[in-house]
Design a protein around this ligand. Structure first.
Ligand SMILES: Cc1cc2nc3c(=O)[nH]c(=O)nc-3n(C[C@H](O)[C@H](O)[C@H](O)COP(=O)(O)OP(=O)(O)OC[C@H]3O[C@@H](n4cnc5c(N)ncnc54)[C@H](O)[C@@H]3O)c2cc1C
Length: 381
């Protein structure tokens, strides 16, 4: 190991950034000094935002300073603007230069609404719109409500949760005369978790009277009808959708046509030296917290080894873990899509992974449990 602590700049303050920060501190201890470059002071546990409009506990929000008070790090309240690879510094929006031995880009992605006129559910930002929609449902002002996965969105689980929760809410509140539909380009619901899980989710939609339009591409909503490509139209006076994501501009790094960073299996950014990336900003198509944490774990080991620690790098091997709420009980779904031993899928009402949380991760999930997040339902511990 080097004598002086290595300088690692981690840009971001979400799942991937925190997993990297915690991992580096655990693995390298006093041999590393992390500068967390993030304009925000809070960390929002977004997966639980779906229950909030229905009276669930609001998505937990942590103050980063409190949360990380025991970690060795500096919080730089600024934003990543670019990376100068020849002089090896991170450039911030306000013009600061942060020198690094290794840098990690974990700044997430921008959410772009695709269906104009829809309630766009982006986590906490979608709670108000969804709550207003429930008020309209209660007032009898909604007759045909459609949930739409726009083309290009791979992680659609939150929208299934919203649809199921809405159906239960309608029943509990005695609202009648509402037709619900679910439109998705997926061949079948949550197909990426395999056939058994997909069949189960399709059955849940069916039981709740939600009409399913699979392998369908919604492209226009005019306030009365939803147009599907090529020429189907379904009645919809309100639409709830999830956004498509794209990457922020980062000067000095190669980005793909959607603004994402291509990386190798260890998170090393294509064309860069000692610059890594993890999470939604990478070009990996599934934009999911568990995946972000797994990518971050690969980055931690790669950086640790590069800095001279006795650690064996382990490439990112994607294993999807999805915890679907909104059914009569939580449904755990797991898909090993690493290809290591052929793809394998599992679905169960019993937990399929140890921490039973919505976002996996070696360090973050254990850390959050210690800081009061209950396992899966959003209830404070
Ligand atoms: C409603 C909803 C439900 C979800 N449910 C699940 C689920 O059940 N399970 C699951 O695994 N995933 C779920 N996800 C997805 C999950 O939240 C994301 O995939 C995950 O948060 C991505 O982590 P990240 O660290 O890449 O980005 P983020 O968590 O988005 O964090 C990005 C961070 O970077 C900061 N930042 C932005 N720009 C800059 C900049 N220029 N410089 C410095 N910092 C910057 C932001 O402030 C933020 O702190 C859900 C998402 C939503 C919206």
């Amino acid at each position: 190991m080097k004598r002086k602590p290595a300088r690692v700049v981690v840009a971001g303050g979400g799942v991937a950034a925190l997993e990297v920060l915690l991992g580096l501190n655990r693995l390298l201890g006093e041999h590393v000094r992390v500068a967390l470059l993030c304009p925000r002071d809070d960390f929002v546990y977004r997966p639980l935002a779906v229950t909030e409009p229905f009276g669930g506990v609001p998505a937990p929000v942590y103050d980063l300073t409190d949360l990380l008070s025991d970690e060795v790090m500096t919080h730089v309240h600024d934003s990543l603007a670019g990376i100068d690879q020849s002089d090896r510094y991170v450039l911030t929006e306000s013009g600061r230069e942060l020198p690094f031995d290794a840098a990690v880009v974990a700044i997430g992605a921008h959410a772009e609404p695709v269906i104009e006129g829809a309630v766009n559910f982006v986590g906490r930002g979608g709670v108000e719109g969804m709550s207003e929609l429930l008020d309209q449902l209660a007032a009898g002002a909604v007759k045909n409500l459609s949930f739409v996965v726009p083309p290009g969105v791979v992680w659609a689980l939150p929208l299934y949760e919203l649809a199921l929760l809405t159906a239960s809410w309608i029943e509990e509140h005695g609202v009648s005369g509402v037709s619900l539909s679910f439109v998705t380009p997926e061949q079948s619901p949550l197909r990426l978790f395999g056939t058994a899980a997909s069949d189960q989710v399709a059955a849940m939609l069916h039981e709740r009277g939600i009409a399913l339009y699979a392998s369908e591409y919604a492209n226009r909503f005019d306030g009365h009808m939803l147009s599907l490509v090529p020429e189907k139209r379904i009645a919809a006076d309100h639409v709830v959708a999830v956004p498509r994501l794209h990457g922020h501009l980062i000067n000095g790094l190669e980005q793909d046509e959607n603004g994402f960073l291509r990386t190798d299996g260890h998170g090393l950014v294509s064309g860069a030296l000692d610059v890594y990336a993890a999470g939604d900003i990478t070009s990996f198509p599934v934009k999911q917290g568990g995946i972000a944490a797994q990518q971050a774990d690969a980055v931690v080991r790669a950086i640790a080894e590069r800095l001279g620690a006795d650690v064996e790098p382990r490439p990112f091997r994607p294993v999807l873990r999805g915890l679907l709420i909104g059914g009569s009980e939580p449904t755990f779904m797991r898909a090993d899509i690493s290809g290591a031993a052929g793809d394998s899928f599992d679905v169960s009402g019993d937990p399929l992974w140890a921490d039973r949380g919505k976002i996996g991760g070696v360090h973050l999930s254990e850390f959050l449990l210690r800081h009061g997040l209950a396992r899966n339902t959003g209830e404070a511990a």
